[in-house]
Design a protein around this ligand. Structure first.
Ligand code: GLU
Length: 473
């Protein structure tokens, strides 16, 4: 059997973490089995669907490197096909027209609720299928079996049984002629030969309804795997509406797709104790059996840890392309300054995200906008005299360097330290604040070296001028 899976988002918003994980699992399952992965856009809900959202979802999938072999199919382009089947079902008597007015349905619902019954269509038109003379508007309902149960073996949750009595005669075509979600999904899964439906657990109640429709049209029923929810750090359900969960947002925050994929695959799936898995390894190891039944909790610290791992371990050339993107969104011009690869070497251990890295390396490319207040108070005000001596000694030594190399810079720092009481302990901080604006930076020698001779001297001069100005106040 050729394995075929699909990811079928409704384009009603951006791709969020849960959706991306479902896409990843479906994609991995297809890849593991050398099967086919289909992308289908479920856009029949015209009021809630929008084109921008489908475009953004596809962009996110591409960014995550989840490529599809077929599609995108759009349900709105398949309306004729759905209607063809509905008309056939009307002929076959597996569906019927329902003329019940809204008033009747409302009243029915109220009465059922008043006696504590679950609201459900009472099958009035199923029994009296006569077209009334007064109005022609109707919906088409599926004739759900009245007896027995629907049983299926979910690959994650095991055997699941629903009693047919509990299932409504579902509307499959609205009075405006548009087919409904549960129906379109069945026709698509059948027409597209989908063998495995991997989707969120929020769809588990739809499955028995869909299985009954599969049976009614004589189509093969796929195998189902309903993936459990993702909870937030407080154990509450993660909601689509929470902006922070959009995939785009993680990209903007400086996460790498590799880290996000690794994080997502482990969020609900495991292979022994393996935490680090690249896409190729995932493709080789992924099975539905490894997916957990219980909900998974979001853990941002783990995602950051993975992100740092990939920043440090993926080829620098590759990280550079992502860092460049961040630099652009932070409006930092990288034309004049160190190569981004050097920045990655320098800051890779210190930054969890590329956004952090971009803002931490601003001083390599741009004029300092000012000094860290606490550091300036301490070194340029309270300890103004010692700092002045330190900076002057350092300026002399840096100026004397003919070939600007890391070793020469190290030697210059040593020579300058030897001239000052307290040595490197005294000289280190004022120099660091002078050239980076901040009391924190990577090692002083490599920071000075990377900033470059001219810039270092210029910044030391600026710091000295700052100290003088404030001394005379
Ligand atoms: N379109 C549905 C959604 O976005 C998914 C339907 C399915 O996977 O069967 O939630």
């Amino acid at each position: 059997m050729k394995i075929k899976t699909r990811f079928s988002p409704s384009p009603t918003g951006d791709l969020h973490l849960g959706g991306a994980r479902t896409a990843l699992y479906s994609w991995l399952f297809a890849r593991y089995h050398n099967g086919t992965f289909v992308l289908r856009i479920e856009d029949t809900d015209l009021q809630r669907s929008n084109k921008n959202s489908s475009t953004a979802i596809m962009e996110d999938l591409r960014w995550l490197n989840l490529d599809w072999d077929e599609g995108p199919y759009y349900q709105t382009k398949r309306l004729n096909r759905y209607n063809e089947i509905i008309n056939q079902m009307l002929k076959d008597n597996t569906a019927y027209k329902c003329y019940c007015s809204k008033e009747r349905l409302d009243e029915l619902r109220e009465n059922q609720m008043a006696i504590g019954k679950k609201p459900q269509y009472d099958g009035y038109c199923r029994a009296n299928n006569k077209e009334p003379i007064d109005h022609k508007k109707y919906v088409v309902r599926f004739k759900n079996p009245k007896e027995g149960s629907v049983v299926f073996d979910d690959k994650i949750h095991g055997r699941i049984e629903f009693k047919n009595q509990e299932l409504d005669d579902l509307i499959i075509r609205r009075s405006d002629g548009s087919p409904t979600y549960n129906f379109c999904v069945v026709i698509d899964d059948s027409d597209m030969d989908i063998t495995h439906v991997i989707r969120g657990v929020d769809h588990i109640n739809n499955t028995p309804r869909q299985i009954n429709i599969f049976k009614a049209i004589g189509a093969a029923i796929p195998i189902y795997a309903h993936v459990s929810m993702i909870l937030d750090a407080n154990g509450k359900k993660l909601s689509k509406r929470e902006g922070a969960l959009k995939i785009m947002q993680y990209r903007n925050e400086g996460y790498l797709p590799e880290a996000l994929l690794n994080y997502l695959v482990r969020l609900g799936w495991s292979f022994g104790n393996r935490e680090i898995l690249n896409l190729n390894e995932m493709k080789e190891l992924f099975t539905l059996e490894g997916i957990s039944k219980s909900p998974s909790a979001m853990n941002i610290t783990k995602l950051q840890w993975l992100n740092q791992h990939y920043i440090k371990n993926l080829p620098k050339k590759y990280i550079t392309t992502h860092l460049q993107w961040q630099m652009q969104s932070e409006n930092i011009n990288t034309e004049h300054g160190p190569k981004l690869e050097d920045i990655i070497t320098l800051l890779g251990n210190r930054c969890n995200t590329l956004k952090e890295m971009a803002s931490a390396c601003r001083y390599f490319y741009e004029k300092l906008k000012g000094y860290h207040i606490g550091a300036a108070n301490k070194y340029f005000h309270n300890q103004a005299n010692t700092s002045q001596q330190s900076l002057e000694a350092m300026r002399t030594e840096l100026t004397s360097i003919i070939y600007w190399t890391p070793i020469e810079v190290q030697n210059a720092i040593r020579r300058a330290s030897n001239k000052i009481v307290g040595g490197i302990r005294t000289i280190g901080m004022p120099v660091r604040v002078a050239i980076t604006g901040s009391p924190e930076s990577p090692a002083l020698d490599i920071t000075l070296y990377t900033i470059g001779q001219k810039r270092c001297i210029l910044r030391i001069n600026e710091a000295l001028a700052y100290i003088k100005r404030h001394k005379s106040l």
